[in-house]
Design a binder for this molecule. Sequence first.
Ligand SMILES: NC(=O)C1=CN([C@@H]2O[C@H](COP(=O)(O)OP(=O)(O)OC[C@H]3O[C@@H](n4cnc5c(N)ncnc54)[C@H](OP(=O)(O)O)[C@@H]3O)[C@@H](O)[C@H]2O)C=CC1
Ligand SMILES: CC(=O)N[C@@H](CCC(=O)OP(=O)(O)O)C(=O)O
Length: 342
Amino acid sequence: MAVRAAVAGASGYAGGEVLRLLLAHPEAEIGALTGNSNAGQRLGALQPHLLPLADRVLTETTAEALAGHDVVFLALPHGQSAAVAEQLGPDVLVVDMGADFRLKEPADWERFYGSEHAGTWPYGLPELPGARAALEGSKRIAVPGCYPTAVTLALFPAYAAGLAEPEAVIVAASGTSGAGKAPKPHLLGSEVMGSMSPYGVGGGHRHTPEMIQNLSGVAGESVRVSFTPTLAPMPRGILATCSASAKAGVTAESLRAAYEKAYADEPFVHLLPEGRWPATASVCGSNAVQVQVAYDEAVGRIIAISAVDNLTKGTAGGAVQSMNLALGLDETTGLSTIGVAP
Ligand SMILES: NC(=O)C1=CN([C@@H]2O[C@H](COP(=O)(O)OP(=O)(O)OC[C@H]3O[C@@H](n4cnc5c(N)ncnc54)[C@H](OP(=O)(O)O)[C@@H]3O)[C@@H](O)[C@H]2O)C=CC1
Ligand SMILES: CC(=O)N[C@@H](CCC(=O)OP(=O)(O)O)C(=O)O
């Protein structure tokens, strides 16, 4: 089965990562590659690590350029996907790596993104209860944000098992590629190297409603989320440290059992052996997620930690995993759980 795939936003980080994964995917054939300010450039000048595609030239992102493919990946800035997607036919699989179709509540979208809500598509986090059924055969997929991927996988087993009180406190560190390739002063090497800094503090980060949506969906009650992202001096990776008060009667054993049950059959989520802790280097370049959980008895809190590569499982790997499900392929096709370390 040859799957002809186009990538819009091929000059960016997310577009580059999905191309890296598609090059290793046995069923994928790479079709149109489009950009915006870089249209007309050779991919080799923009993504030199993608050697087999070095001589391909980016075209403008138009419906004509993206026509005639089985799958179109949209790796565009927020708010740009909807206009492109509506010009693509109902039979083409559209995988949006931006935020446009992730949220269910229009009011959440308007508050955090400041424009009109475009709609809601099946959510590309297969591990979330009920998600696989919605993805199978779907022609539209909304790939989660990178922080919501890490946080949801760290915490949802505790909420699904009814073990956590509905208020989660999260501090997550991200590598700088999470901010995209467009130049920004706070991403200058001299600002980032040798330093860590918080941003979006006090409930302002746009991933907060996505985390609330995911955790409330499995908890069966409204979960409040306090989320503080931090920028870490590394190109890739997210380490999410999440905590919530434990409900009465929770023990270290019942907590561990809930996570073992949630992840027993998951091909990409690795619940680490007790006493070992997630590290971003272990999942670099891989679609694997490391998770660990502990019960801090002194304060009655659940501490759940996850590590993902923001560009792989956090974006492009999650996109390919969801594409596989939508097309009826084995979910793991073309995706590696082998990291690059040190
Ligand atoms: N980086 C990450 O870790 C993650 C990113 N994402 C999402 O993926 C999407 C892309 O992010 P990322 O790759 O990091 O960003 P980049 O800034 O690295 O890339 C953006 C891409 O979009 C193109 N582009 C810019 N403006 C327009 C426009 N007006 N119309 C069409 N194309 C445009 C750019 O083309 P050109 O270079 O030619 O101007 C480039 O190819 C975003 O929605 C982001 O939220 C999701 C999860 C994680
Ligand atoms: C380090 C950094 O800046 N990270 C980005 C998250 C990028 C991402 O995954 O999310 P979207 O797909 O929603 O853009 C941020 O905090 O805005």
